[in-house]
Design a protein around this ligand. Structure first.
Ligand code: 5AD
Ligand code: SF4
Length: 444
């Protein structure tokens, strides 16, 4: 979500003749986009902001802006607390930034925008922007969340759930495809409830079916899906829609029914595991990733063991795990049974090492297989290595010419690591694969 917001900001400011620079010493504006879902992310944002104090002292003309959830949460108060901060831009304020900057430039007025507007006015609508998207792009389909899981700050900082119109979404996808995008990731806090409460609107499965018809679009992904709302019509899309990648991010959060109930997640462990069986029955090669929290208030050793055994049963392809942290306004803040920091840390390490073994095993099972890889760009490994992802969302690094960027190619997996695969482009299989010919869209 935050990456999407950052991309949108770059796009909007691009219209105002701003260009993105790598080095903050060259910047006229530093915009810190923040996340407040976990305490650690918030602390990081404040620590960076603190370091900017000296920079601003040296260069008073520099504009310092804070955006995202931290801005939304603390609002105008931040301007009082931090004299070197010029603009505070809440989660619904990205489209306000050019006007705020103009006002600041002419009057020097420091400003905070933390209103909740429910339109998608800041989302692109198919116009041509100067900004060029990459191979893969995010598309917001809904905002906010009504679930109020007891640990989660999102409903407070992102507001109530609201779906964007499917016509607008399709227009954006079409425009992205025209500009060379091959893969879109549809974004929402809880995509399964897309369209609810909007009369005549499609549901999420219906939306996927429409997006899948966009000409030239190779791949569709979506995130995040809530297990309590994952129903058969959506599951069937994994079988029916060719562009829909066989990967789902389905956060489980805990393996203990007692804790799931305290989290107000609305499902049981058995229900969750049943969903995986059903999904894998519909699409054998579907990959599943998940989120897990350790040390939720009241989590005892037994509950934690349940989370470990769930990992063994679920055999996730990837897991993002976190130590519980209290977030302001949430119900869990007020729950008793807070778990000591050192216990949380130990549990996190145990959980992560178990999952690393599972992920590595799953990655090792790929060795010797040929996978369709959508090439995204140079690999972080460096050299002339390229990087791309399999439909199951596994990262594959391999040697190849930059002209392959944007193409879907067969790669023979030769080596497995904990978080990625290595491979070689498989030329024999290449002949039989549909390789996209027009490269002009990518500026090549
Ligand atoms: N403490 C720890 N992890 C949290 N998450 C959300 N809120 C908290 C919290 N208070 C995690 C959940 C969620 C992911 C985005 O962040 O696992 O799925
Ligand atoms: Fe937070 Fe729960 Fe909504 Fe996800 S579904 S954003 S965890 S409240």
């Amino acid at each position: 979500m935050n990456r999407y917001d950052s991309e949108r900001l770059v796009e909007i400011l691009g219209e105002e003749q701003f260009v993105l620079v790598d080095d903050h010493r060259q910047a006229d504006l530093i915009f810190i986009n923040t996340c407040t879902v976990r305490d650690k992310a918030e602390q990081k944002a404040f620590s960076y902001l603190g370091r900017l104090k000296a920079v601003k002292r040296r260069r008073p003309e520099l504009v310092v802006a804070l955006g995202g959830c931290v801005a939304q949460q603390h609002g105008e108060d931040l301007l009082r607390r931090l004299p070197h901060l010029d603009l505070v831009v809440g989660t619904h304020g990205i489209s306000e930034v050019p006007a705020m900057l103009a006002r600041f430039e002419t009057t020097g007025e420091r400003q905070a925008f933390v209103e909740f507007g429910y339109d998608f006015g800041d989302a692109p609508d198919g116009r041509t922007y100067s900004w060029r998207p990459g191979v893969s792009a995010f598309v917001t389909i809904m905002r906010g969340c009504d679930n109020f899981c007891t640990y989660c700050i999102v409903p407070f900082v992102r507001g109530r759930e609201r779906s964007r119109s499917s016509d607008e979404i399709i227009r954006e996808v079409e425009s992205l495809v025209e500009r060379g995008v091959r893969e879109v990731s549809l974004l929402g806090q809880n995509v399964n409830s897309y369209g609810q409460g909007v009369s005549g609107e499609l549901d999420f499965a219906g939306l996927l079916r429409r997006v899948a018809q966009v000409d030239g679009l190779m791949r569709i992904r979506f995130t995040t899906s809530h297990p309590k709302d994952l129903l058969p019509p959506l599951m069937r899309c994994f079988n029916d829609l060719e562009p829909l990648c066989p990967h789902i991010h389905l956060p489980v959060q805990s393996g203990s029914d007692r804790i799931l109930q305290r989290m107000k997640r609305g499902y049981t462990r058995d229900h969750y595991l049943g969903l995986l069986t059903e999904l894998r029955g519909i699409r054998k090669d579907v990959a599943v990733s998940s989120d897990m929290i350790v040390g939720f208030p009241g989590e005892g050793e037994d509950d934690f063991q349940q989370s470990l055994s769930l990992l063994e049963e679920a055999r996730f392809d990837a897991l993002f795990s976190f130590k519980y942290s209290d977030r302001p306004q949430t119900a869990a803040c007020r729950l008793d049974g807070k778990v000591k920091e050192e216990v949380k840390l130990k549990r996190l390490q145990t959980l992560q090492s178990l999952q690393e073994r599972i992920t590595l095993k799953k990655n090792e099972a790929q060795v010797g297989q040929i996978s369709r890889v959508l090439v995204e760009g140079p690999s972080q490994v460096g050299g002339s290595q390229l990087s791309g992802r399999t439909p199951q969302n596994r990262v594959v690094n391999f040697q190849g010419p930059p002209q392959l960027v944007g193409e879907e190619i067969p790669v023979l997996v030769t080596k497995a690591h904990a978080h990625s695969l290595e491979g070689v482009v498989c030329l024999e299989a290449n002949a039989s694969l549909k390789v996209v010919k027009e490269r002009s869209w990518c500026g090549k």
